[in-house]
Ligand binder design. Structure first.
Ligand SMILES: Cc1cc2nc3c(=O)[nH]c(=O)nc-3n(C[C@H](O)[C@H](O)[C@H](O)COP(=O)(O)O)c2cc1C
Length: 223
């Protein structure tokens, strides 16, 4: 019971928040006595092909992803569809997940978490749990040393996955933080979202991705 496959479902690939978090889960797994994990990025075509085969050979798989439109990126959905041949197969891996979102409330990720638990059961995999982490986009701008507590908690769940076969539920709730912000915090966040520094970050992303000129496009609006 010691091989771990880490699947990164972020379209951002290696520099994603999902990967930063999966890396710490893998470190905890190794610390608990597991083998060095294999890491595959679903955004890379060759890794996607390899991932289907690697899924069948692994003892444990953790699939990490960002929350996209309250669900999963299309890339992840496409990968899940390629797992159809594994439905009900004897010897399927234990299956755990990581969902991290931009919004700072864990409850946005709960419907996807419920779907993922069902997915594992329908495949005939033992379900190892889902790590939910809100406010994940902050990892792009914060220095790694500012996130020591989060990294430590992720290592803890990685270790518990190896030692006990599932993510430790107490640590999962610590990682998830607030399910819902208080009305005061909602007002504070709403003001903060209009601050020039926040706009600077998102405008920078629009420009970097060549989308600045299209930011007011409304392709489905009636003419
Ligand atoms: C197309 C798109 C859709 C998104 N939808 C949501 C969403 O519905 N809820 C949310 O909280 N964050 C949403 N986000 C924010 C991402 O979940 C967040 O920035 C995440 O940390 C990105 O992780 P990554 O670096 O691993 O890709 C969305 C981001 C993109 C690009």
């Amino acid at each position: 019971m010691s091989s771990l496959l880490l699947l990164n479902g972020s379209p951002r690939g290696t520099r994603s928040n999902s990967m930063k978090m999966l890396t710490r889960v893998g470190e905890g797994w190794v610390h608990g006595g597991g083998d060095e994990p294999e890491v595959l990025h679903l955004a890379l075509e060759q890794d996607r092909t390899r991932a289907v085969e690697a899924f069948g050979a692994a003892d444990t798989v953790v699939l990490g992803m960002p929350l996209y439109a309250d669900s999963m990126p299309g890339l992840v959905m496409g990968f899940i569809e390629t797992l159809a041949p594994y439905v009900g197969r004897e010897g399927n891996p234990r299956f755990g997940f990581l969902v991290q979102s931009g919004f700072p409330e864990a409850l946005h990720s709960r419907p996807l978490e419920r779907y993922l638990a069902k997915l594992a059961t329908r495949l005939g995999c033992e379900y190892a749990g889902t790590i939910v982490r809100p406010g994940g986009e902050a990892l792009q701008v914060m220095p790694d040393r500012a996130n020591k507590k989060l990294w430590e908690s992720l290592r803890e769940v990685g270790k518990s996955l190896h030692v006990g076969g599932e993510f430790d539920s107490l640590v999962l709730s610590r990682i998830a933080g607030k399910e819902r912000l208080s009305p005061t915090m909602v007002r504070v966040m709403s003001l903060a979202s209009k601050a020039p520094v926040t706009e600077f970050y998102w405008n920078g992303l629009l420009k970097k991705n060549g989308a600045w000129g299209k930011r007011f496009d409304a392709p489905y609006a009636s003419a």
